[in-house]
Design a protein around this ligand. Structure first.
Ligand code: 13P
Length: 255
């Protein structure tokens, strides 16, 4: 049985004051039970890693970053290496988020190299894939997501994938309030698992595949009830402690 994971992606939100209030409320809620905190994580903007490390280090909530460089060090102005994330106690780094792919021109090869870099330092990559609305409407969901997965698994990447977490994030459901139905998400998750199984059965069976795209307190339980949905990557609702706690509780109920 794969353990569930609920990871918050704060995106470019937060301030020292807001973060303290949000994490304070989250820890208070978790202490009241019955969620085992290790099933939840927050991925925060780089400048707040130090603050988040200080606030969460004695809890079982994990933390991470929303992106990372493929390079280990050097003349890459503005970039942040995996080793730097490690210095701040990060367990996770999101790679290949659609906002990075679309707004920063990140392609499948770069996403794969970032995943390998994260794995190389012993952190866990949360690797995002997903189709746009136009691609879904053109019936291309499986070809698009399949090609993204094949690129990740190429050149021995399937081993690193096996030590990562995948996230299916249909672009049309991100921040739009349009959640994929549990059945729509399950169909793609099952397809993803079959696609990875073509390379490695064992990796496919153990791989956690999160769903992301307008996950809220009100729809999380139905999504988590699906056999191939192993948790969520939560954007907007992770900025509200009560919403996020309710999503974590929904996951915990199925552990
Ligand atoms: P929303 O939950 O705000 O739709 O964002 C999803 C997402 O992009 C998480 O990475």
């Amino acid at each position: 049985m794969r353990s569930k994971l609920v990871a918050g992606n704060w995106k470019m939100h937060g301030s020292l004051t807001e973060n303290e209030a949000l994490l304070g409320a989250l820890l208070k809620g978790l202490a009241a039970g019955p969620v085992s905190a290790s099933l939840c994580a927050v991925c925060v903007p780089f400048p707040y890693l130090s603050q988040v490390q200080a606030l969460l280090r004695s809890s079982r909530v994990e933390w991470g970053a929303q992106d990372v460089s493929e390079h280990a060090k050097g003349a890459y102005t503005g970039e942040v290496s995996v080793a730097m994330l490690k210095d701040f106690g990060c367990r996770y780094a999101i790679v290949g988020h659609s906002e990075r792919r679309m707004l920063h021109g990140e392609d499948d090869g770069l996403v794969r190299r970032k995943m390998m870099a994260v794995r190389g330092q012993g952190l866990t990559a949360i690797v995002c894939v997903g189709e746009t609305l136009a691609q879904r409407e053109a019936g291309q969901t499986e070809s698009v997501v399949g090609a993204q997965l094949d690129a990740l698994a190429a050149d021995g990447g399937v081993g690193a994938l096996g030590r990562s977490v995948l996230a299916y994030e249909p672009v049309w459901a991100i921040g739009t309030g349009k959640t994929a139905t549990p059945e729509q998400a399950q169909a793609v998750h099952a397809f993803m698992r079959r696609r990875i199984a073509m390379q490695d059965d064992g990796v496919a069976a153990g791989l956690r595949i999160l769903y992301g795209g307008s996950v809220k307190a009100g729809n999380a339980a139905d999504l988590f009830a699906m056999p191939d949905i192993d948790g969520a990557l939560v954007g907007g609702a992770s900025l509200d402690a009560n919403e996020f706690l309710t999503i974590c509780r929904a996951a915990a109920a199925l552990q």
